[in-house]
Design a protein around this ligand. Structure first.
Ligand code: 3ON
Ligand code: FE
Length: 493
């Protein structure tokens, strides 16, 4: 009996690692076609384009890259017109991509451990940065921009995804300047006549770190730029905004440049998490008329945050919901990312941090313990109190696992809705698109790419955000797979 009882409590895995791995194969071909293999029906009033970015190559002519975050950026576009969908994918023609494709071999080191062949001697003292343009893509001010946080944006043609060059915003950026991959769009900027603004940041790390904030108007022009120095090294991937503030998390990490400089490992692998030090929350006013004058830094428990869901101000406090890990997992130079032991890693979990500026305190509370990543809210709620949150999530309620489900959290009722693609499917970031005639905050669709490991191809799932757990409204079958990606945005234009 004991044996039987034991067996029944051992959870059956919702995924097979060998099947999960197959989603990390390069897609070398570039396509454009009308999607004709569709289950269900594309809503007729879903009009516009979903752009998304991610590593398209996991090898350079057979030479494996060390980690997907080092993969060359490949843009996918799904254009919805009158109930039909057109698909395109195209690599960003970065300098490094063009050179490496021509040479047929790895010519650049990557931040996450990709090395040129030939051992450490061949890599030592090569501190060049390959701008791989692989993290996000956004249409703003009539420009389609491919983003990678350690260098300048690439400008693309929104119609055919051709690379047009670098974007310097009327020379406000200088060659090699960073521009983060996580811009936020303030849907109505109080001191810009309620017009929308794109707010972004850049990081220049060192013994102290310079954080620069950029605000772009609807025409795509940088109308505000301010730089601030904070003590210590910082690795900051994302941030959040409210009408008055930018909020950045300086996770407790330190950087030892020597193994990177001497060719032993990538810069990102030389970042170490310090669990005994606090996370610092950096609050930067967006204009001069706020409750605080200048930058404020508050402390909370150690943790590592890549992504924030949203922030807002309420009763003189700042709320920020973020996906937090117990620590930062470093990418081991000897390890193979495809052999990741999910059970050995701590999951990302959703936390709420409440920052009291008057009392200079931070309190935090876990909102969701299920393993999750890639948080999204309604674009009209950015910087404002939101009711609903959408995340990629694990199929199982506990433990660390690949993302196979989309989770909707109702922060008013506490209700959860889960749509799962397990056991064969693996999801990506859920992009929320409001319906044109929306009344409620969840009137709209969730768009997510699902890798179908059984057929080795990807599908775009269109889910009704009001009833997320139901079958997709439409499932668009592509003719091929798309490697697991990072971020994207929908534009109704
Ligand atoms: O001093 C430098 C500061 C800096 C900005 C150090 C540095 C060279 C490491 C650096 C550059 C950082 C870069 C280029 C970061 C790029 C990150 C990236 C491409 C992706 C990050 C993704 C994060 C997450 C959480 C993805 C999760 C994915 C899943 C759960 C599904 O597969
Ligand atoms: Fe990100």
């Amino acid at each position: 009996f004991q044996l039987y009882e034991h067996a029944s409590t051992v959870p059956v895995k919702s995924y097979d690692r060998q099947k999960w791995q197959k989603g990390y194969q390069s897609l070398k071909q570039e396509f454009n076609y009308w999607i004709d293999d569709i289950e269900g029906e594309i809503p007729a009033n879903l009009q516009g384009t979903l752009f998304r970015n991610g590593p398209g190559l996991l090898d350079i002519n057979g030479q494996k890259i060390h980690h997907p975050f080092d993969g060359d950026g490949m843009i996918c576009a799904f254009t919805f017109i009158d109930g039909k969908a057109y698909f395109q994918n195209r690599f960003v023609r970065t300098k490094g991509f063009v050179e490496e494709q021509k040479a047929g071999k790895i010519l650049y080191r990557g931040v996450f451990g990709t090395q040129k062949p030939g051992g450490w001697l061949a890599n030592a003292f090569d501190l060049r940065v390959k701008n791989i343009a692989n993290t996000n893509v956004i249409y703003w001010g009539k420009k389609l921009l491919a983003l990678w946080e350690a260098a300048e944006p690439h400008l693309l043609n929104p119609n055919n995804l051709a690379t047009l060059g670098m974007e310097y915003f009327d020379r406000v950026l200088k060659e090699g300047d960073a521009f983060a991959a996580h811009p936020r769009i303030d849907p109505s900027c109080e001191w810009d006549d309620g017009k929308s603004r794109l707010v972004n940041f850049s990081i220049k790390p060192g013994l102290s770190t310079t954080i620069t904030i950029y605000e772009l108007n609807e025409a795509g022009k940088i109308v505000q730029r301010h730089a601030h120095s904070v003590p210590g090294f910082a690795f900051i991937h994302d941030f959040a905004i409210t009408p008055n503030y930018c909020i950045l998390f300086q996770n407790p990490v330190s950087f030892n440049p020597l193994p990177f400089v001497f060719g032993l490992q990538g810069a990102g692998q030389s970042i170490k998490f310090n669990p005994k030090e606090p996370t610092r929350i950096i609050i930067i006013p967006r204009h001069s008329n706020t409750a605080i004058s200048g930058v404020k830094i508050l402390e909370t428990q150690a943790g590592f945050v890549f992504h924030h869901a949203n922030a807002f101000e309420q009763d003189n406090e700042i709320y920020i919901d973020s996906v937090c890990y117990e620590s930062l997992t470093t990418v081991d130079p000897k390890s193979d990312y495809q052999e990741t032991d999910f059970d050995a890693l701590s999951p990302g979990q959703l936390w709420r941090f409440v920052i009291n500026l008057n009392e200079q305190t931070v309190r935090r509370q876990m909102l969701e313990s299920r393993c999750c990543e890639f948080p999204w809210v309604h674009p009209g709620k950015v910087g404002r109190p939101h009711r609903y949150l959408y995340l990629g999530a694990a199929h199982a309620a506990s433990g660390n696992a690949p993302l196979q489900a989309i989770l909707k959290i109702d922060q008013v009722s506490g209700e959860r809705q889960l749509w799962s693609a397990a056991p064969e499917g693996f999801v990506s970031e859920p992009v929320f698109v409001p319906a044109a005639d929306a009344v409620n905050e969840d009137d709209g669709w969730i768009l997510t790419l699902v890798y179908d490991s059984q057929h080795h191809r990807s599908n775009l799932a269109i889910l009704d955000a009001r009833n997320l757990h139901q079958n997709p409204v439409a499932l668009l079958h592509l003719k091929h797979h798309i490697p697991y990606g990072l971020h994207g945005n929908f534009t109704p234009e």
